[in-house]
Ligand binder design. Structure first.
Ligand code: NAP
Length: 461
């Protein structure tokens, strides 16, 4: 008599890189049969690869070809338009799955916590990124691009993405998959000067060399650094001498920029280091930024800032806060408000108070470790979580009550939730690509939920 093996059913929440790498790892192993239901709050998959990666970074977006192959494997299903904590609760999912794996990213952003931060003209980079990437939740955001001088706070890759998108010429943007309304708004932009402001020095910048190099390639925007900004104090010289090759590389590029005589392109990006924003000033809207010059000091082997009383006022018409993302709590799911992550031990979710492992719950990606690293970083991260999940399945502590494959559909139908399957997404994908082709773009993205549902419903008509 042949023994029938249990098919283990896993729910993955989210459909960005961490979610797909986790699905891949689960479906690749051959020890136990696995089925995956991936739940995503949008109608479209791929998380930040679609909604975060800049529209001029099609090479990075090409990773979705790998995710599409994973989605094509038997045992994989996609349920779009389903929000955990809103449409479905964790308690409703756990009875139908051997494990629930959260890969929900970091849905909020850090604040500067300074006076004037909420004045009109002070924008979150996250909103701007969602807006230009046609994310339905951000399409209604408004950015006044009729101004001349903008400041971007932060020295990470998001700051550089924002600067590059603002610096691009209309012709450069026309070749990307930027949202049509953002393309139109940026075409009439009057922005001339873009200040990228970092609280620490050039050595401590968080951006990567490739992203920095791209700024120098903009056809209508120069990059400038006052050579004074590149004078390094002993702490930075010491750090640089032991730094990762990427830091040496980005320093070489920054030095090259500082040594290049000013160009004559109509727009300019200026880097300013060792300055902290103290206040956003203005009457009703942003007019200037009060900055303090900083000194660097070493504290517990980390380079920190010491504000000085050497102040500077910078006339700017708007600011973009690009000081990092932050996880936010999902109703009913464990959350660590200090680290802004789902508390976990190497991917196993724990109760934040008792620190005990919560059976059947796992986490991967930014929700697990915080918003750091590039797309590929999530692969190793997801593998670690899945390794523990598979280990636990051998001696399970969580036992689902229902394990039939119809569980998800009947739950969603019962709740009257109109979900999208992966086939539905492919209908949208094809429609976006063919619309894009008409405009010479890789795709023309849909940004309205109703419009997308309409395309799905009328696919054959
Ligand atoms: P990030 O890399 O953490 O950079 C945040 C920046 O904000 C840092 O320079 C930080 O300075 C600064 N900052 C934080 N609090 C501040 C404050 N109160 N005042 C002034 N400055 C402050 O975050 P991110 O740029 O949002 O990027 C998130 C992740 O996505 C990163 O891992 C990034 O590499 C990745 N990403 C990658 C790409 C790409 O590969 N092309 C594109 C976009 C994003 P300190 O260093 O002093 O804290």
């Amino acid at each position: 008599m042949t023994e029938t093996k249990t098919t283990f059913r896993i729910a993955i929440i989210g459909s960005g890189p961490a979610a797909f790498y986790a699905a891949d790892e689960l479906l690749k192993q051959t020890d136990m049969p696995i089925e995956i239901d991936m739940f995503e709050k949008l109608l479209t998959p791929y998380g930040l690869v679609r909604g975060g990666v800049a529209p001029d970074h099609q090479n990075i977006k090409a990773v979705t070809k790998i995710y599409e192959r994973i989605a094509g494997k038997s045992g994989f299903r996609f349920f779009g338009n389903v929000t955990l904590g809103v449409d479905l609760q964790k308690e409703e999912l756990l009875p139908g799955y051997h494990a629930v794996l959260y890969a929900v990213g970091a849905q909020g952003d850090r604040k500067l916590d300074i006076p004037g931060e909420d004045l009109a003209g002070s924008y979150s980079a996250r909103d701007f990124v969602g807006w230009y990437n046609a994310h339905p939740d951000y399409r209604e955001c408004k950015f006044d691009l009729s101004v001349k001088r903008v400041a971007i706070i932060g020295l990470g890759n998001v700051a550089l993405d924002v600067a590059r998108i603002l610096g691009h010429s209309p012709a450069e943007l026309a070749k990307t998959d930027i949202a049509d309304y953002a393309q139109a708004a940026l075409k009439t932009s009057k922005i001339e000067d873009i200040y990228i402001i970092g609280r620490r020095g050039p050595v401590q910048a968080a951006f990567t060399p490739a992203e920095l190099r791209e700024l120098r390639e903009l056809e209508a925007c120069d990059v400038r650094i006052d050579p004074e900004e590149m004078v390094l104090e002993d702490i930075s010289l010491e750090e640089l001498s032991q730094a990762h090759r990427n830091v040496q590389l980005h320093m070489d590029i920054l030095k090259m920029i500082a040594e290049t005589p000013p160009g004559t392109k109509p727009r300019r990006i200026h880097f300013m280091f060792k300055r902290s924003p103290l206040e956003v000033q203005g009457n009703q809207r942003v007019e200037r930024l009060k900055l303090a010059r900083n000194e660097l000091l070493l504290q517990q082997e980390q380079v920190k800032i010491q504000l000085t009383e050497n102040y500077q006022e910078l006339e700017v018409d708007c600011i973009f806060r690009a000081v990092g993302y932050r996880g936010i709590a999902i109703p009913g799911v464990a959350f660590d408000p200090v680290k802004s992550v789902i508390p976990n031990r190497s991917g196993r979710v724990i109760d934040p108070e008792t620190l005990e492992i919560l059976p059947g719950e796992y986490v991967a990606g930014w929700a697990k470790r915080g918003p750091s690293g590039v797309v590929g970083t999530n692969k190793h991260d997801a593998q670690e979580t899945v390794h523990h999940l598979l280990e636990d399945l051998k001696n399970p502590v969580h036992h689902p009550e229902e394990t039939n494959r119809g569980f998800a559909e009947s739950l969603l139908n019962q709740k009257k939730i109109e979900f999208a399957t992966f086939t539905d997404w492919k209908v949208l994908d094809d429609a976006e690509k063919s619309l894009g082709e008409q405009h010479g773009k890789p795709r023309e993205k849909f940004s309205e939920v109703d419009q997308m549902l309409d395309v799905i419903r009328h696919r054959d008509s």
